[in-house]
Design a protein around this ligand. Structure first.
Ligand code: SF4
Ligand code: SF4
Length: 336
């Protein structure tokens, strides 16, 4: 994944969590607008496009169809769904929801996680309120967006927090909202439920098994056509493609479980070497090489240089194969 794509995805995740947090308290002014104008809908759209998230895809239309109305009506809706006409009121605290009492052991456990992450939440709400837990996930996504080098660590912490805390109860809150059939809060509830369920599970293997027949993956029918230039690796938004170098070989590797069939690799390949193809029923799940080329050793000192594929591409570009191409950068001056 390029840093730019990754930053966009993490920023959209941060928006999603922050705005869901706002949607679960007394409605802010933006909630009175039509759903199609919400920044929440824009964030969901971005995530649907860039990550192929099913939860985001499902939410795009549902949120977009929410009509505008006066903020006072929105607030009345909120009070009605929170009060739980005909069912218990919505419990928006993790300890209340899971332990049956406000300020239970889970409240301290959640506060401890924030502390470990270097965050001391401010404000009147308890640390295990739905809006605070969602804001924490927003903060983690924001950290990942700000620092691509540490993004994996922030994301791992977010996954763990969802696994142990947010994912254990907020999907049920989402489901309760979804079942109210309220024109505003039901779509928000579905998004909350679907998104956290999706974020909690390792989705790729399940997705691959269930949809293997319809999955499209990149292939390179004619290996010689691929110069191992690496452009496809640079545009892949999920890092499903990577260049792997050993002392003797350079390979273009595909991690099929990470591919979201976005076609970006096919579009960027100026040699038309890579194309997308529907898989059959049998799909390999482990990473495998789409193209391998031996690395050329310097004709003078023996140091491994670039791959033979890259060297051939340079020779084609130059229209000849000059002698100096056979030497590494250090030895080249000796022979020029
Ligand atoms: S498939 Fe195309 S873009 Fe990717 S490394 Fe090969 S030539 Fe470059
Ligand atoms: S289609 Fe290509 S660019 Fe898109 S996720 Fe799959 S490997 Fe990456």
């Amino acid at each position: 994944m390029t840093n730019r794509s990754a930053t966009k995805i993490y920023s959209a995740q941060a928006e999603l969590y922050y705005l869901l947090a706002e949607a679960l308290v007394e409605p802010p002014e933006w909630l009175a607008n039509a759903g199609k104008d919400w920044e929440l809908t824009a964030a969901v759209q971005t995530l649907a496009q860039l990550t192929g998230s099913r939860a985001a895809q499902r939410a795009v239309d549902a949120l977009g169809d929410i009509p505008a109305e006066d903020i006072s009506i929105r607030r009345r809706r909120y009070r009605l769904v929170a009060a739980g006409a005909g069912r218990p009121p919505l419990s928006l605290y993790e300890s209340l929801h899971r332990e049956g009492k406000l300020y239970g052991a889970l409240t301290d456990a959640v506060a401890q996680v924030y502390h470990i992450a270097g965050l001391e939440p401010e404000g009147a709400e308890l640390p295990d309120h739905a809006s605070v837990e969602l804001s924490f996930l927003g903060w983690l996504a924001e950290k990942a967006a700000a620092s691509p080098a540490d993004a994996a660590d922030w994301q791992q912490l977010a996954r763990k927090f969802i696994e142990v805390h947010a994912g254990q109860w907020l999907p049920e809150v989402g489901q309760t909202l979804a079942f109210t059939n309220d024109a505003v809060y039901a779509p928000i509830g579905f998004l909350l439920m679907d998104w956290l369920k999706e974020a909690a599970r390792p989705p790729r293997p399940q997705r691959l098994n269930a949809e293997a027949c319809n999955l499209r993956l990149p292939i390179i029918p004619d290996a010689e056509a691929c110069t191992l230039c690496g452009f496809c690796v640079q545009v892949c938004p999920t890092q499903a493609l990577l260049i792997r170098e050993t002392g003797t070989e350079t390979g273009l590797i595909l991690k099929p479980l990470d591919c979201i069939s976005c076609d970006k690799c096919e579009q960027v390949c100026e040699y038309n070497a890579l194309t997308m193809r529907k898989t059959g029923e049998t799909v390999r799940t482990e990473p495998y090489a789409l193209r391998i080329s031996e690395r050329v050793a310097c004709a003078h000192c023996g140091t491994p240089m670039v791959s033979a594929a890259e060297l051939d591409a340079i020779a084609v570009m130059l229209g000849e194969r000059p002698q100096w191409l056979n030497y590494c950068m250090d030895c080249r001056p000796l022979f020029m």
